[in-house]
Design a protein around this ligand. Structure first.
Ligand code: PDD
Length: 278
């Protein structure tokens, strides 16, 4: 596998960064994950716009214009022969003597790699995913796609140990989002609900696409807070991300939703996204 590090394409085994990298020492950096389908990047403009925003929110200058990012991504996809999978991009504040304040005139560290992965024929989408709810113990700027992911690592591990694929995180009784996805429910009346954007959650690129599809295909959707109780009582639930696309949820905290199979709204949106993803 070929990875990208600061302008160079290297075999993954030779791709490395310094132990003094601020990404390693302070999680002082941000990342993006975009899907590849049929060899093409999905919703890439949205991912690169969010990369720019995340960097700007933490005061790191974007090291590349959009065209250069696209060149790096395309080069990696092609060198690795990825037809379906993910592209990962990471930018940190660079290598410097360990000191909390920003270093001066230090170049950023840029790392990118691909992961081959089955997205379309994911067997989990056929059976539907189990999720658990966990307290959202993250910081207050979850709108920034920071590489500081310890709370998500712990949540996902807790889910895995409970036999679940995802953890939905809870703050003040409401779901914020999944540990690596946006959370949705469908009420018994058939309305799709997802939390409005704020600093409490990541502005999902797949979320935005799903909201646009719901509008285009006349599915009723509301952006509002929803509680754990509403989730437990929902007709359906699903989550979205670059890696899961639209993933139907069939049980929450061991409680089965509907008939225990992927619901019609989640299945429809999954299909629409495959058909219309750009
Ligand atoms: N995670 N919320 C969180 C906390 C996420 O980490 C992600 C994505 C999303 C969904 O965003 P998008 O639709 O733009 O992928 C929401 C990526 C896939 C990851 O960390 O691997």
């Amino acid at each position: 596998r070929i990875a990208y590090v600061n302008g160079e394409y290297l075999p993954l085994e030779q791709a490395s960064v310094s132990v003094m990298d601020r990404g390693f020492l302070f999680a002082d950096g941000i990342y993006e994950v975009a899907a590849v389908l049929g060899g093409r990047l999905v919703d890439n403009a949205g991912h690169l716009a969010r990369l720019e925003r995340s960097l700007s929110e933490i005061g790191i200058a974007n090291p590349h214009p959009v065209e250069e990012w696209v060149r790096i991504e395309t080069e990696l996809v092609s060198r690795n022969g990825v037809t379906e999978g993910l592209v990962y991009l990471q930018v940190t504040r660079g290598v410097a003597e360990r000191d909390f304040t920003f270093p001066k005139d230090t170049p950023t560290t840029v790392v990118a790699f691909t992961q081959a992965k089955t997205i379309t024929d994911n067997p989990l989408a056929e059976t539907g995913a189990k999720v658990i709810t966990v307290p959202d113990i993250r910081w207050q700027r979850r709108d920034i796609k920071s590489v500081a992911l310890l709370a998500q690592v712990l949540a996902k591990q807790q889910a895995a140990e409970a036999g679940a694929a995802e953890a939905f995180m809870v703050e003040d009784g409401s779901i914020t989002e999944g540990s690596s996805s946006t959370a949705f429910i469908v009420t018994k009346e058939g309305t799709i609900i997802t939390r409005p954007l704020s600093n409490a959650l990541l502005p999902g690129i797949t979320r935005r696409a799903v909201i646009a599809l719901a509008a285009e295909f006349d599915l009723k959707l509301e952006e509002r807070l929803f509680s754990v109780e509403e989730l437990h009582d929902a007709a359906e639930a699903f989550y979205t991300s670059a890696s899961a696309f639209v993933m139907p949820v069939v049980s929450v905290d061991g409680k089965v939703l509907g008939d225990g199979r992927p619901g019609p709204v989640a299945r429809r949106l999954r299909e629409l996204y495959f058909t219309f993803a750009e």
